[in-house]
Design a protein around this ligand. Sequence first.
Ligand code: KIV
Length: 258
Amino acid sequence: MKSQAEKIAMLTSYDASFTTRIEQAGADVILVGDSLGGVIHGQPTTLSVTMEDMLYHTRHVAHARQQALLIADLPYHSYETKQSALENSQRFVDTGADMVKLEGAGSVAESIEHIIQHGIPVCGHLGLLPQSVEELGGYKVQGREQAAAEKMIADAKLLESLGVDMIVLECIPSELGKTISASLSIPTIGIGAGLECDGQVLVLYDLLGITPGKLPKFVKNFLATASADKGENLIVNAIKDFVTAVKEKRFPTAAQSY
Ligand code: KIV
């Protein structure tokens, strides 16, 4: 899709019913994200999410999934050694995932290499790393300073050289999202990383406007503007609006970017 300049629409899902609706709306990729710690468990961070939690949700999403690529998030502390990284990735694959996602670059390079060497595709995650929120001092835009931006570009290239197939870029300046996307042959999927990423992802509950509390600037409630007049239910229409806006490069706008 990247080589054909077709934008990639990704959404999170945690259960079978929403997975069916997300596919019906035409999303390309479904992520069983550890964001379920917030939107399903009501926790302030993703740090309490366990492998058992992730496997439970991945199993139900995989059961409903037909076409979309299915990625499962390796949770906090599940890929610290190359052995645990491979073992947990294999559990996701056995449950029906096509690819696993993990956060970081250099410090997890050994784990990434080991997973890929054993034939399991990997999605990277750079920028704001929710599993490192304590070290980062909160949920803040990353890569604003030149040194941090250069480090992120180098990390993205490292991930590509390790054989990673896709990279999520979270909460970074649009210019940096553009530079990283242009310097890689693998696709980047932005969440608060500007319009020039090769695709976009949102947490489903944010897109539907049902996540409680204050939301980041990159979130857009697509349900608020969805119409019921196409013989389809409002939720499917809201997701379709997101997919179309991504494909037509109308999301994110400057209002949802840094
Ligand atoms: O856990 C998650 O849902 C994610 C997305 C926000 C990219 O990692």
